[in-house]
Write a protein of this length. Structure first.
Length: 286
């Protein structure tokens, strides 16, 4: 058996909601072949090329091997593949609580997911933030509203992770936001100010090297964030008062940001995971 903490299942993005809303995932292959096809990180590209070339939008289900209830076996593929490696097959329905993340294929890095990262995903049960695709979990949303109907405060926990492409694309908010560092490896925020200046802030625990554990980002400042290169993951939090709503968020378009901040072209391109989406879906976080 292959020593791995995660296996992956490729599905059409349009099917993700129906899959994750059920207790068990039972694809057609379970009835026709007796098992569910899965793959390891280095097999994803070949599986997509061989079986999903006609699909425009695909997602990758990240499955925690330790949580699968049905038998898991590593076997030769039923069709000829260029890789001689064995493929994981799930002999029975997949309990969907074993799915700890859903990553858009276009952002999948084809890298192994370490046991440390899997343990964080397993514990916190993050969701993917619309537009940004950041791994996040809402932890507090005030039941009291201000005179504008907005919650008086909100808080969330987030996870940056290169192997699963969890970053924050450049965006600005209509309210101040306070960032907090909780654990893991340091993260870097790049701030683009209205006057054309930019700034890098590293959140982490090493204050002797300039890390900060908390930082205020003023309203109206473009902000983008990611794990510092070389790290595994960064666990952080964000607090806002008034609280976050979808209407207070605007994402930036890479070309326009690069024109305004040419010195930050490299990081702007790196964090441009939102394509041309600039607003949250209607009704999100209301």
């Amino acid at each position: 058996m292959t020593d791995t903490s995660a296996i992956f299942i490729i599905v059409p993005t349009a099917d993700v909601t129906s899959i994750t809303s059920e207790l068990n995932y039972v694809p057609a292959s379970l009835n026709s072949e007796g098992f569910i096809h899965a793959c390891e990180y280095h097999q994803v590209a070949e599986v997509v090329s061989r079986f999903f070339d006609n699909h425009l939008a695909l997602s990758v289900l990240v499955v925690d091997v330790s949580l699968i209830n049905s038998p898991l076996r590593y076997e030769a593929p039923s069709t000829t593949m260029s890789s001689p490696a064995l493929f994981p097959h799930i002999y029975g329905a997949l309990n969907t609580d074993a799915i700890v993340d859903v990553c858009d294929l276009v952002h999948f890095k084809h890298q192994p997911i370490t046991p440390e990262i899997m343990a964080v995903l397993r514990h916190y049960r993050f969701e993917r933030l619309p537009v940004e695709s950041t791994l996040f979990k809402s932890t507090w949303r005030s039941s009291s509203n201000n005179t504008h109907g907005e919650p008086v405060g909100t808080a969330m926990i987030g996870l940056y992770c290169d192997s699963l492409t969890s970053v924050s694309c450049f965006h600005k908010l209509t309210f101040d936001e306070v960032w907090h560092f909780y654990g893991g490896d340091p993260l870097e925020l790049t701030l683009l100010y209205p006057n054309g200046d930019s700034e890098q802030v590293v959140l982490g625990t090493d204050f002797t090297n300039g890390h900060v554990c908390q930082y205020l980002i003023p309203a109206g400042v473009w902000q983008g964030g990611c794990l510092v290169e070389g790290g595994q993951y960064a666990l952080f939090g964000c607090t806002m008062a008034p609280g976050f709503t979808g209407s207070c968020f605007t994402a930036g378009i890479a070309d326009a940001l690069i024109e305004a901040y040419p010195n930050e072209e490299k990081v702007i391109k790196k964090l441009s995971v939102n394509g041309h989406q600039t607003t949250m879906p209607e009704g999100f976080a209301t």
